[in-house]
Design a protein around this ligand. Structure first.
Ligand SMILES: Cc1cc2nc3c(=O)[nH]c(=O)nc-3n(C[C@H](O)[C@H](O)[C@H](O)COP(=O)(O)OP(=O)(O)OC[C@H]3O[C@@H](n4cnc5c(N)ncnc54)[C@H](O)[C@@H]3O)c2cc1C
Length: 386
């Protein structure tokens, strides 16, 4: 029988779990990470080459947290000796006076982060790859960029192991006994005990914490890649991250060519509701045609989609995260519901979870992420989040 008691057991080795394991192990904790698949798998939310990192949000508390999140990513680069965060700047495209652009600008102004309005002529001068019309506003923000997503996860895990954490792959947690004297985690390979248990289970969090009936919805998300003939014009040193809120209420985003698949373009929004265990991972032809049509109008030289990927969002009704203790057991801590915009926060969430495990509190403002908050129904307006 396994009688060892870990300081912390982290369930899930995705973006949030890997960062939490690193921060805990770095601080000297005895950490066990349990991951149901192999590390780097593609069934959850953190795979693929890139994720956008940016300051602008329509809620000021996110912009404020991003100040530390950027610093944590840079600290990870220093600790690992790897380049993980690339700054490209971003253009936010929308109809003149569009509410998304205004809200983004306001959040930046409040936080003291510089940004500029451009018109179509200025965009054409800086980035002639775009075709826009004179009735559009362009918001330029120089600090936006992208993270090497899969590399960030593997780096956090590697460093966690270097600091003594144990990572067990292909070990699915089937139950958390939080009523036991020491929280006990059940797996097909036996049970493990931890003074604290951290649940960073992504799209599976709702099932694992079924007793809490968390308001989490898992949706299928699809991304399209492009490899234009002159791909040099779309490299990160010549092309920015972009976002566009369309008059139809859609929110489209794109990341410059990086890695083997080229430029990534996708729609951020509520996708088809599915179960995290749905094996079907085929992109929809209609969706690809829709993104191709958008690209044809906005960046015609990109041509047509050459590759696609499917990924999962785990959404809360108000699209804000859940970061809190289990309401019935302070020794079980939860980080879930990252609603399609969490990756940029992973390094910071790792630090917050580590503080919650070790000290029972954190100096960061996690009030908006309380589990018992009133879950406001989303306005249906695509937030500037991805
Ligand atoms: C297409 C797409 C684009 C995105 N773009 C952006 C972006 O540009 N910028 C941004 O900031 N965010 C973005 N996001 C959101 C971001 O990627 C997610 O918020 C983040 O990756 C969530 O990380 P996670 O650790 O919660 O989930 P995951 O990375 O899925 O990790 C959860 C892990 O827990 C494991 N697990 C679950 N249950 C168990 C169990 N019972 N036992 C053991 N292990 C278990 C899973 O196998 C998985 O490895 C995007 C997401 C998608 C899908």
């Amino acid at each position: 029988m396994n009688t060892h008691i870990y300081d912390a057991i982290v369930i899930g080795a995705g973006g949030m779990g890997s960062a939490t394991a690193y921060q805990l192990a770095k601080s000297g904790a005895d950490v066990l990470v349990l991951e149901q698949f192999q590390r780097g798998h593609t069934f959850g939310s953190s795979h693929g080459e890139t994720r956008i990192i940016r300051f602008f949000y329509d809620k000021a508390f996110y912009t404020e947290l991003m100040k530390t999140a950027y610093a944590e990513w840079r600290a990870l680069e220093s600790a690992s000796g790897k380049s993980l965060l690339f700054i490209t700047g971003s253009v936010g495209i929308g109809a003149k006076g569009n509410p998304y652009g205004r809200a983004a600008r306001e959040s930046l102004d409040v936080a003291g982060v510089e940004s500029e309005w451009w018109d179509a002529a200025e965009l054409a001068e800086r980035f002639p790859q775009f075709r826009v019309t004179n009735d559009m506003d362009i918001l330029w923000q120089k600090d936006t960029g992208f993270l090497r997503a899969a590399e960030c996860v593997s780096t956090h895990l590697q460093l966690a192991e270097q600091h003594g954490a144990t990572v067990r792959e292909e070990t699915a947690v089937t139950n958390i006994d939080w009523q036991a004297d020491v929280p006990t985690v059940q797996t097909e390979d036996g049970q493990f005990h931890g003074k604290k248990v951290v649940v960073t289970a992504g799209a599976w969090a709702g099932t694992l914490l079924a007793e809490l009936d968390l308001p989490l919805t898992v949706t299928k998300q699809q991304v399209c890649y492009y490899q234009p003939a002159d791909i040099e014009r779309f490299q990160p040193d010549r092309f920015p991250v972009f976002t566009e809120s369309t008059p139809e209420g859609e929110f489209i985003y794109g990341i410059p060519a990086f890695g083997r698949n080229g430029l990534k373009i996708a729609r951020h929004g509520r996708g088809q509701i599915i179960s995290a265990d749905t094996p079907e991972r085929t992109p929809d032809a209609d969706y690809i045609a829709h993104i191709d049509a958008y690209v044809q109008e906005r960046m015609p030289e990109l041509g047509k989609t050459t590759h696609t990927e499917v990924c999962l969002y785990t959404e809360t009704p108000d699209e804000d995260f859940i970061i809190d203790a289990h309401p019935h057991c302070p020794n079980v801590l939860i980080a879930a519901g990252f609603s399609g915009h969490g990756f940029k926060f992973c390094a910071l969430v790792g630090r917050i979870m580590s503080e919650l495990v070790r000290k029972g509190e954190t100096g960061f403002d996690i009030q908006p992420f309380r589990i018992d908050r009133e879950h406001q129904i989303s306005s249906g307006i695509p937030r500037l989040s991805s």
